[in-house]
Design a protein around this ligand. Structure first.
Ligand code: IPE
Length: 256
């Protein structure tokens, strides 16, 4: 089984509230189908989650009363995105079902706790790809919290031991300098802890999810027993398909 996260930056236009990238998503779903691999899909929230979450400062936990309204809005918008993704997967010939993140996970003081993954296992047994997403969840201590798709990936990787873990994003991978501001920035194809520590701090503020560097840290924590954890650019035609088929592609691989 291969665990895939479709990042919010590739499935939505992060700058525009609720802008779904239908063409990109439908192509990526076809690429997954073409590979013939068994998958679990996790997706980010992109502009269906981050815009309103930021407006109501939901990442800070309970600080004002009107946040309750924000929670409901974010939950509604992310479910809308979730339905769009499931439709595209099904249209591509991948029978899939949305499994609400809150049915398997709960938060406790900001920490993600896995409740039960039997639902996921049972869907997979009957040939259905479960689809989960970064979402707003209830928290035992803080009332609510934002659960990122990356955290879900980390938990699922520990339970399901996937043969490969793939993060699909809108960048080619990790660079030694910020490619947006530095001309000769070099793509790093293989990353380990030492390499990561030498990357300048400017890379930590690349985007709202904490940047490529913090994503790489999560990815490194998921590599065990020689398992590959890969960051690939989903905006380039055919790259995800090639990667799934085991071909060499432009990407960054995290290795312990
Ligand atoms: C964010 O999930 C969830 C909400 C904002 C509700 P992610 O952090 O996984 O989303 P992306 O991939 O950055 O958009």
């Amino acid at each position: 089984m291969i665990l895939i996260k479709l990042g919010g930056s590739v499935i939505t236009d992060k700058k525009e509230y609720k802008r779904f990238r239908k063409d990109v998503v439908s192509r990526l779903c076809r690429e997954i189908k073409d590979s013939g691999k068994e998958v679990i899909i996790v997706h980010g929230a992109g502009s269906f989650g981050h815009v309103i979450a930021k407006q109501y400062e939901l990442q800070k936990g309970r600080i004002r009363n009107d946040q309750t309204e924000g929670i409901a809005k974010v939950a509604s918008d992310t479910r809308e995105l979730n339905n769009l993704i499931v439709s595209e997967l099904t249209n591509a010939g991948i029978p899939s079902v949305a499994v609400p993140t809150g049915s398997c996970f709960l938060m406790d003081d900001g920490k993600l706790l896995m409740n039960d993954v039997e639902i996921l296992q049972r869907y997979m047994k009957i040939g259905i790809a479960p689809v989960m997403m970064g979402d707003i969840l209830v928290d035992r201590k803080k009332e609510f919290g934002i659960c990122s798709g990356d955290e879900i990936m980390r938990c699922l990787a520990s339970v399901f031991s996937p043969e490969k873990i793939i993060f699909v994003s809108d960048v080619d991978g990790l660079y030694d300098r910020d490619p947006k501001t530095t001309k000769n920035a070099k793509l790093i194809m293989d990353v380990n802890e030492d390499v990561l520590n030498k990357i300048p701090d400017e890379m930590t503020v690349a985007d709202v999810t904490g940047g490529v560097r913090s994503k790489m840290r999560t990815m490194l924590s998921m590599c065990s027993d020689g398992r590959e954890c890969i960051l690939v650019n989903g905006t380039v035609d055919g790259r995800l398909r090639s990667l799934l088929l085991g071909e060499e592609v432009v990407c960054t691989k995290a290795k312990k």
